[in-house]
Design a protein. Structure first.
Length: 241
């Protein structure tokens, strides 16, 4: 199953539950942006690649950016439209790889968070996207990326990760590592009136490594301003020279 199919048939329906309270999460991201001086400085144009239901787009707009929010999933973009009502957010149901087709060269910020990079088909596509990000950004513009580093292979029982649970839902993720990819199986158990049911869906992620992303950015005249792990996610801010 492709990543897009996985979202359409499985993950999108409970994605907002999985990520937690929207108001809390978007405030956390807004504070992160302020703490790291990621604020409008010229054109105010920002692109959110893999925008989902708006955890990045909403705080960006609240800080004064005009945001182009791009995602391939209509369900999540529908939630974003509600979460971002009244804010300066332009919603695009599109492929993030087409960034050069829906952006001009006055963009001062490009955001790609939530493991979106690993959803591309292979490392060459990631490299091409990083190059396109550099091309689209104006000089002094910033790229903000977050992703899970899959350099350390999980084995045995450690491959089974409890993502979230409550009285009616339990989401478990199972990881199987290959040299260039990670096979991800999401197991969702839900309590119904007739008992518990289980829904299973699998897809592949690219095995993203932090050092490779840093090398791609630096090869495209991007200076690393921040590189640290935050809540289990490698978070990088890079500035175009």
């Amino acid at each position: 199953m492709t990543v897009k199919e996985h979202y359409e048939t499985h993950l999108a329906k409970f994605y907002s539950w999985m990520t937690g309270d929207f108001e809390t999460k978007q405030k956390e991201f807004q504070n992160f942006l302020k703490d790291n001086a990621v604020i409008p400085f010229s054109t105010k144009k920002a692109i959110d690649l893999g925008a989902g239901h708006g955890l990045q787009s909403v705080p960006l707009a609240k800080l004064g950016f005009h945001v182009i929010a791009v995602d391939f999933n209509k369900h999540l973009l529908g939630e974003l439209a509600i979460n971002g009502r009244g804010l300066n957010i332009e919603i695009r149901n599109d492929d993030i790889k087409r960034i050069k087709q829906f952006a001009d060269k006055d963009v001062e910020l490009i955001v790609c968070c939530g493991d979106t990079l690993s959803h591309l088909d292979n490392k060459r596509e990631i490299e091409n996207l990083v190059t396109d990000i550099s091309i689209v950004l104006k000089t002094g513009g910033k790229a903000l990326l977050s992703f899970r580093d899959y350099s350390t292979e999980l084995t045995g029982d450690s491959r089974f990760i409890l993502v979230k649970s409550d009285d009616t839902r339990i989401l478990t993720c199972v990881l199987d590592y290959e040299s260039e990819t990670v096979s991800v199986t999401d197991l969702l158990n839900e309590k119904t009136e007739t008992g518990w049911t289980q829904k299973v869906s699998s897809y592949n992620k690219v095995r993203v490594l932090t050092r490779e992303i840093v090398a791609m950015l630096e090869a495209n005249r991007m200076r690393i301003q921040l590189n640290q792990v935050i809540n289990g996610m490698t978070t990088i801010i890079a500035v175009k020279s």
